[in-house]
Ligand binder design. Sequence first.
Ligand SMILES: Nc1ncnc2c1ncn2[C@@H]1O[C@H](COP(=O)(O)OP(=O)(O)OP(=O)(O)O)[C@@H](O)[C@H]1O
Ligand SMILES: [Mg+2]
Length: 301
Amino acid sequence: MIVTATPNPAVDLTLSVRDLDRGGSQSVPPAQRRLGGKAVNVARVAAQQGIDVTAVLLGSVPDDLRAAGIPGVELVVVRTRTGIRSTYAIAEPETGAVTMLNETGAPRLPREWESFVDAVARARDTASCLVVSGSLPPDADLAHVRALVGGARAAGVPVIADLVGDALWAAAAAGADVVKPNRAELQRTVGYDDPEAGARALQHSGAGMVIVSLGEEGLIVVPPAGAPVHAALDRALRGNPTGAGDAAVASVAARIDRGEPLDATAVATAAVAWSAAAVLSPVAGTLDDRLPDLVARVRVR
Ligand SMILES: Nc1ncnc2c1ncn2[C@@H]1O[C@H](COP(=O)(O)OP(=O)(O)OP(=O)(O)O)[C@@H](O)[C@H]1O
Ligand SMILES: [Mg+2]
């Protein structure tokens, strides 16, 4: 069983709008509405691939979405004084443009954070690994990130963190076993562009394996000791890249859950194939069933 921790979950709303009238008023069909946040997407993908998942969320989820749940995922909701944020995707089918507007969310009270850290600790007691992903609510005290990551490490549970900026530094310093920034997030965090040098800086501060995802150019896996491995698909795919990074994270969690070693080449191959299968799937949080063919199309160097 894996545990995913979502510090800043969201209600993801998707509106499909023909002839968007900017500044005007128009009627639209009902928005699609579902539970989101990066770690929630990781949970969806892992559960779809047959892994037992417990997803712990900090924030009161609307009752209907909580009741609907996520197939194969046990939801643990840590209630908060105010509800969770929304994200808005406005899709224009004529042009294919998708405009994303993401609320930052509300700050959480110290006792709400403490309940979240406790709930994650209880869930990960029996877990193979912990995934901590996504943004933090505004004004978050990084001590909570250190408690999530350091607590799991102290209990012998490996941690994968997909965080950015100070939160990524905090996770690295607390000894996260795997971190997965994309290129822009790594640049924003370390302040320079070279992925390998950035990865080594995170390792210097305490991180284990660093996976830098490079969009359609694949990814670089920098193991704690040994040479980096670059892997990519034989050619880029057309599709929906939203959540591809979350699928890569899910592939690493799946390896740990199956007791497979974190060999850089094997990690890179699976991460490229799973994320490519996410690109081919129109719905974020699911993998296309051509996953086995995609594994054969991964090129490693
Ligand atoms: N067009 C594409 N064709 C094939 N593979 C892709 C394509 N786009 C992304 N990928 C794969 O998905 C992985 C993750 O993509 P990316 O670097 O965009 O992650 P991300 O920005 O963290 O995404 P998100 O946070 O939305 O999940 C890449 O490392 C690559 O293997
Ligand atoms: Mg990402």
